[in-house]
Write a protein that binds this ligand. Structure first.
Ligand code: ZN
Length: 273
């Protein structure tokens, strides 16, 4: 997270909290993580920090819902107070090996967005090429692990086949990423895959329409903020939690919703490594 984003959200926090009871009525907050481990690389969360994040959710009084139920109830307008859904992008093995057992022990549901073409060691993210050979942080889940966790209640969504920056792709390539990833995951899991996360948060109105046309019921961006009733289900807002429990608290209280308009161009800028 950029220091300016953190600073602005911290400044806004007391004001936002004052009207939080009104603003959060019927709203859905999405929180995301990528992987668990010992690194300060902007992508990794230490297990002890992850536990602190869950403690923050607990103290805040969050009602953590499975994502499919959360988006159905957002549409129906009957979300409970302080509704939250938890998500993990990219499909790192550390999520299933370290975070998922912690969630199971606490009885909390979660969704993992998997890159279907990267299962079983078939791919590696470009930013992980910098890691030393054999570094365990970069290890991704196997199909077998994903299937086992799904059997324990993990919800699985699509994060495309190859995790490319969608705004750079031709329309037919985007369509292929959307439909083939879902088909591959459904084949593996034997159940419908209804949600999608935009790789690196890259989306445009055209891509959003393609996601809807591909049959996904919900799609998650990296646009920070909360989702009020009536929010576009195919462009849901979410904030990632990396280390500081304060960031989770600000997301829950809606402080990033206030900052978001300043970041609108971010979703159109392809990240570089
Ligand atoms: Zn991703």
């Amino acid at each position: 997270m950029k220091p300016t984003t953190r600073l602005l959200s911290a400044v806004a926090h007391p004001v936002v909290r004052a009207w939080a009871p009104l603003a959060r009525r019927g709203a859905l907050t999405l929180v995301g993580w990528h992987r668990i481990g010992d690194a300060d690389d902007g992508l990794t969360t230490r297990l002890e920090d992850f536990r602190r994040h869950l403690d923050v959710l607990d103290r805040w009084g969050a009602t953590v819902l499975p994502l499919p139920e959360a988006h159905r109830r957002l549409v129906a307008g009957d979300l409970p107070e302080r509704a939250v859904a938890l998500t993990f992008d990219d499909g790192y093995a550390s999520v299933l090996e370290l975070a998922w057992p912690e969630l199971v022990a606490r009885g909390l549901p979660a969704t993992l967005f998997a890159v279907s073409g990267y299962l079983d060691g078939r791919g590696r993210f470009p930013w992980d090429e910098k890691l030393p050979a054999g570094c365990d942080l970069a290890r991704l889940v196997t199909g077998e692990q994903l299937l086992a966790a799904a059997g324990e209640g993990l919800d699985v969504g699509s994060h495309t086949v190859t995790h490319r920056w969608l705004p750079r792709l031709a329309e037919h390539e985007v369509a292929d990423e959307l439909t083939r990833s879902r088909a591959q995951l459904e084949d593996l899991l034997g159940r419908p895959v209804t949600s999608f996360a935009y790789p690196m948060g890259g989306w445009t109105p055209r891509i959003r329409d393609q996601v809807e046309a591909a049959g996904y019921e919900a799609a998650i961006t990296c646009d920070r903020g909360r989702n009020r009733p009536g929010h576009d289900l195919v462009a849901l807002r979410r904030a990632f939690a990396f280390d500081r429990p304060d960031d989770v608290r600000r997301q829950l209280d809606g402080a990033f919703t206030w900052v978001r308009p300043l970041e609108d161009r971010r979703r159109l800028q392809e990240p570089r490594w």
